[in-house]
Ligand binder design. Sequence first.
Ligand SMILES: *Cc1c(COP(=O)(O)O)cnc(C)c1O
Length: 850
Amino acid sequence: MFFFRSVSVIPRMPDRIARLGEISKNLWFSWNQQAENLFSYINDDLWREVGHNPVKFLIHINPEELERITGDSHFLAEYDWVVSEFDRYMNSISWFEESYPQYNNKAIAYFCAEFGFHESLPIYSGGLGILAGEHIKSASDQGLPMVGVGLLYKQGYFTQQIDFNGEQHAHYPNYNFREMPITPVTCENGSNLVVNVDFKDRLVYLKVWKVQVGRVSVYFLDADVTKNSEEDRKLTARLYGGDDENRIQQEIILGMGGVKALRAVGVKPMAYHLNEGHAAFSGLERLRELVQSGICASGARESIISNTLFTTHTPVLAGHDVFSYELVDKYLGHIYSQVGMTRNSFLNLGRDEEQGGFNMTFFALHLSSFSNGVSKIHGRVSKDMFHSLYPHLSVDETPIYSITNGIHVKTWVSQELSDLFTTYLKPDWEENMTDKDMWNNVYSIPDEKLWKKHQDCKESLVQFIRDKLQERICRSKEEENHIKEIQDYFRSDVLTIGFARRFTTYKRADLILRDKDRLARLMNDPKRPVQIMFSGKAHPDDEQGQNLIKEIYNISNEEPFKGKIVFIEDYDIDTARYMLQGVDVWLNNPRWPKEASGTSGMKAAANGVLHCSVPDGWWPEGFNGENGFIIGNTGDEGMNKIEQDTKDAEHIYHLLEKVIIPSFYNIDSEGIPGQWLHWMKNSIATLPVYFNTTRMVQEYTNRFYSSLLDRGIRLSSNNYVVADNIKNFKLYIEENWHQVAVNYVHSNGRTEMQQGEELKIEAGVNLGPINPRDVVAEITYGEVESNGLKNVMAVSMEMKGQDDAGHYHYSISVPLEEQGNIGYTVRVRPYNPEFAHQYELPLVAWAPDF
Ligand SMILES: *Cc1c(COP(=O)(O)O)cnc(C)c1O
């Protein structure tokens, strides 16, 4: 083996269109169709061949074609327009600058194991990555001083082929990043920037790459470096590919290596957002840095907690990484002392007694001041899941909040609809994403125009499906006689249902196939036929998921479903875009309550594709009775799987037979289904206005980032003196908390009172040596429920003095405004104005039975 450096040689770019190179390397093109159109206009065949990858396109384009295009006035006008839009975007004054001028240039780091920006950079697997990608896109739109950190997977997730028996085959191409919209970060001498992580017995070196997403940079780490052993070079080869050992190494690279990469490029974030537990080791590297610089371990920990936010994404226990303690020792054993901790105190940060290992979610929760789930339901489910970490609090008050996910709408709305929006909503509709009045203008679009545009999208989808099926058949010589047949598969005048997502059992891809006879009757009604399109990958280790694919594939080859049910291979952003713009109904039927949020339905909704979903994830927050369809009811959680499946399948057939099919085919003399169009408009008017990443990123900023930045700046100032004070405060309180007790509670003793009366409560509290300034005593009340109190409210009591025995005397009067059965009690908890929220130190002394 010998070493070499490489250089990509691209054709000399004519001066007139010189900035095409810059545009090809900024993912801004991924949500600006006109920018992508420039490339397809130059050479559409090549544009397809390179998989919509503009960098590869420019490496392979014939220079003569570039010369020729400089004489094409139509092209030049488009080019000039795109360049001026790009400049306008990059230089515009942003929401963040206007709202938070005090935090300008204070970086916010965003860590995630995967990012999905565009099909030309296939380093994502699904929902989590796409959400992260769109978080970054909107951070750029809103001008947040954000910087992303991720891993660069040489082989991505995997590409999927289905053979003629329906078996999934996973392929692992080696991507050539020199031909992708990503650039290596170089040092002054031109060599690649390399950082390392210490795996106890060896250093692993990591090359740093950068992706430019509008105004935001995202840095990626890549272990495929010649200085590493052959084994180590494969550490970042696959996303979610290896065993636990590969996984912990990847997570150390992402977390610890990620912080080092930020330092190496000169970024010192004042706030950190960990998107999923995979990135939690970033806290460890930050801890190490501070302790090595002379800050004491617990003070350093306070400082890190103060400006870290953690977002959890899975309500399924098995979806959280739990590593054996041996594995943690093996890779991090030498770090414990470097962060001033004992083995035990370190492992306690992730100790999961139930699963018997080091839980990355627990670790992340212990190292952050805020944490959140990604929909209202998921927030509640997360409180239940992680309540054991906050045993003193009621489940309701477990400090895990929720911010509902969104989508980057411009990335997903078809060019066809986008044109209509420009005319009927607002010329710059994408910059007014959260404006309700603007979205209401969708009702002014004439029915026939909206229907025509939707029909155009559907025709593109049908062509896409036929091309994909043909491509697949061309791989096998024997099957070539099918090619003609395929040209009749799928029709653009038939009601089309789309289903695409990860193939894993709880998503129940086969639910609609439960009663095949009934489905066959439905689909083959000559006047009102139905067709269904499926797509999705199963994890290569998930046998049941692969069996589902096989089942659907086989049915798609059998009469009476042949040509009416199709399975399209290799689900990715490109396939998703065609489907979500071109089907009529988007089906989502996971088993309740396992869907944290889901986002594909939001993409459908923005395109006027009606979402038909179980009431899980985001849908209960979006559904209003007339903007899509709901399958089953919430509260079905008590049922067993078979009961739930049977009931939900029955409901889907019922919806199809009684609501969906009749309305879709109820057309007037012009061929327009009026009721259906009304629902399409309702969907567009009511859903994207909220389920977008502009609102989401603003919500993250207003509720969390601004507070994290504030605390990040305060706690690190003055040599961490505030962090040190908080640490001392917590230590003191923790040591003496056992002496805190509510000695007595006096109320009037009545069990029935009238609305408007005042409930007067007095309590005596023992605080031991703790100063009353450092606690609050409060009355806590809420509606009585079978397992506790609901909608709990807390109101501080007033300290009236100290009695002879040293008890503090508190009192309060609460007006009883609401009717109903109210439960109340008294409690004491620590208070410090520097806390991020009231449960930062989750200790509570509750009143005994009174
Ligand atoms: C949006 C999207 C997802 C996530 O969708 P879910 O609703 O969470 O299943 C997955 N993969 C691709 C390609 C997507 O575009």
